[in-house]
Design a protein. Structure first.
Length: 166
């Protein structure tokens, strides 16, 4: 990376690519990645011989925070539960729009650096067996999660019921 924040990649084969970037800022999210008017956060980049696209990447610190508690059916706190925020359909191809946390012994969790948008929140038991981040696993409970809509700089609290893995 150069001092002005720019970088270049070489020897990239022709094909379709999605962008994945990371920041050390835990309260930031990837707001946009644009090349030739195309938003790569929700789309893909087509590379063909001789092409050398320039991509402008923007991070924002105007993220949201979601916290809450997870309880078991008997209303006791669910410690070590996996909490997942599944983005709406338009953002499901972007792995940076999936957020995860594990509850503490009191069933409490907090997720920072969330991009504003619409999500469904889920909490599952048995995180060792849970294939966290695998779309099939996350979308298998599509109808059961709690709807959550987050605006920029918003802090929201939810109560989630623990879902069994079976």
């Amino acid at each position: 990376m150069k001092t002005d924040g720019s970088f270049s990649l070489s020897n990239i084969r022709d094909g379709s690519y999605s962008i994945e970037v990371q920041s050390s800022c835990s309260r930031c999210y990837l707001k946009s990645a644009i090349t030739n008017g195309l938003d790569l956060v929700s789309g893909s980049l087509e590379i063909s011989s001789g092409a050398s696209p320039q991509i402008q990447i923007v991070y924002s610190s105007n993220s949201s925070t979601l916290s809450g508690n997870v309880t078991e059916n008997d209303k006791f706190p669910a410690g070590s539960a996996l909490v997942v925020l599944l983005p709406d359909e338009s953002s499901r191809k972007t792995s940076s729009r999936y957020y995860k946390a594990v509850t503490d012994q009191n069933g409490h969790f907090e997720i920072q650096g969330i991009a504003p948008g619409r999500y469904r929140a889920f909490a599952w038991e048995g995180i060792e067996q849970a294939a966290a981040g695998e779309t099939e696993f996350i979308t298998s409970g599509k109808g059961e999660g709690q709807a959550v809509e987050l605006d920029a700089n918003q802090k929201k609290t939810v109560q989630l019921a623990l879902l069994p893995l079976d």
